[in-house]
Design a protein around this ligand. Structure first.
Ligand SMILES: [Zn+2]
Length: 397
């Protein structure tokens, strides 16, 4: 699937006027405050009621009659969307899949894109794409993530951290952001120590925007909220650690059940970062909370069959059960053996983005066939309760 967009955007008013060419799309989601018209003769684009996505205020559309199809969409987006994660005002802007500000594929899968974005002069923009000629931004589509995320501001600060990683603040973020730099450096050093050198970290960037809402990663960029940075609680260090870990754990297709691998390993890494950067009391608390949640949701499908669209079991299976699963393996293998295995796993799949749950079990089988058998059973077990017989997952049993 390919998408080319010419977008005129006025952050102050929220006015959007866009022309877009879609190739290989059978439909898309778009924010419901944007009106769509077809520019390709013979093509029809109609609102579809048999589509749904957990996106903020969207319509689903079906395309018929032509491919590629050229569309125009216009309207005025609200000042905040997706619980404040997406924002448009005179000082800052952030737009991504959560507000469906561009035509999002119905299967939420990956696609390649080229973006010509026109904003008033004086704005500096940052995206998950790469800058091309004449201000065109693009993304090649081989990446595991399909999103066009853009953040920017009139007032921007760029701090160069270690390993070519940048910390960018958009808007009035405050002094807390400068304290974030050392935390990111420490976190990345630990991750590198555990899992080796990651692919593409040299282009890595953490963009903190003056907004609320939640952080998310679209490699090679982590998008975080100023609200989170200003309160550096154990919980927020954990959440940031999770996003940093995606520099390593972005190795499986996100729209498939194998996305479990990305999220479970990012969350397992976040647990370890919390333990190192905040203390074992904080990480033990997370483990106990996760076990309780796993015990209480006994209707969930097995981890190996986690449905990316099942909102109910999504977080419990991926974050809670997933991190407990890897924590148990770390205890059961020789010291550092799991890290050696995960380093190989990252290296083998980081570029192609084709890691699978079966592939991990196979790797584990080479190291410890009996443990791989047990792991397979736990992955296939309906609603695993988060306890591995004979293994304590907290530092204080
Ligand atoms: Zn994640």
């Amino acid at each position: 699937m390919e998408l080319e967009l010419w977008v005129r955007l006025d952050p102050e008013s929220g006015d959007v006027d866009a022309e877009v060419e879609l190739a290989g799309f059978d439909g898309f989601f778009l924010h419901r405050d944007l009106d769509v018209e077809t520019l390709t003769p013979g093509a029809t684009v109609e609102v579809s009621t048999d589509t749904s996505a957990h996106l903020d205020r969207v319509n689903g559309y079906r395309i018929a009659g032509a491919d590629p199809v050229r569309l125009r969409y216009r309207g005025r987006l609200p000042e905040t969307m997706a619980e404040g994660t997406n924002v448009l005002n005179d000082d800052v802007l952030e737009l991504s899949i959560y507000s469906a500000w561009y035509p999002v594929p119905l299967d939420l899968g990956s696609f390649s894109w080229r973006l010509h974005l026109d904003v008033p002069s004086g704005w500096r923009l940052f995206t998950n794409g790469e800058p091309g000629q004449d201000g065109v931004l693009h993304h090649d589509g081989n990446a595991a993530t399909g999103d066009i995320a853009v953040a920017g501001a009139r007032k921007v600060d760029v701090m160069h951290l270690a390993d070519g990683v940048e910390l960018v603040t958009c808007g009035s973020v405050g002094d807390a952001a400068s304290e974030l730099g050392p935390l990111i450096v420490q976190g990345l050093a630990l991750l590198r120590n555990w899992y080796g050198a990651p692919e593409r970290l040299d282009a890595g960037r953490v963009v903190v925007t003056e907004r609320g809402g939640y952080p998310y990663s679209r490699m090679p960029t982590v998008f975080a909220s100023a609200e989170m940075v200003e309160k550096q609680t154990a919980r927020n260090v954990h959440v940031l650690g999770h996003e940093l870990a995606h520099f390593w754990w972005n190795i499986a297709p996100v729209a498939s059940h194998d996305d479990w691998i990305n999220e479970a390993l990012a969350e397992y890494s976040a647990l370890r970062l919390t333990e190192e950067l905040v203390g074992s009391e904080a990480s033990d608390k997370v483990v106990r909370g996760y076990q309780l949640e796993a015990e209480m949701s006994r209707e969930d499908p097995p981890m190996a069959h986690t449905d990316p669209d099942d909102e109910k079991s999504y977080a419990t299976n991926k974050y809670n059960r997933g991190s407990l699963f890897f924590r148990a393996l770390a205890e059961l293998l020789e010291p550092n053996e799991l890290d050696a295995l995960l380093t190989r796993f990252h290296t083998a799949h980081a570029v192609a983005g084709d890691a699978s749950i079966e592939g991990f079990v196979e790797l584990l089988r080479q190291a410890d066939p009996a443990l791989a058998g047990e792991a397979q059973r736990v992955l296939e077990e309906r609603a695993w309760d988060g306890h591995w017989p004979g293994v304590s997952l907290t530092t204080i049993p």
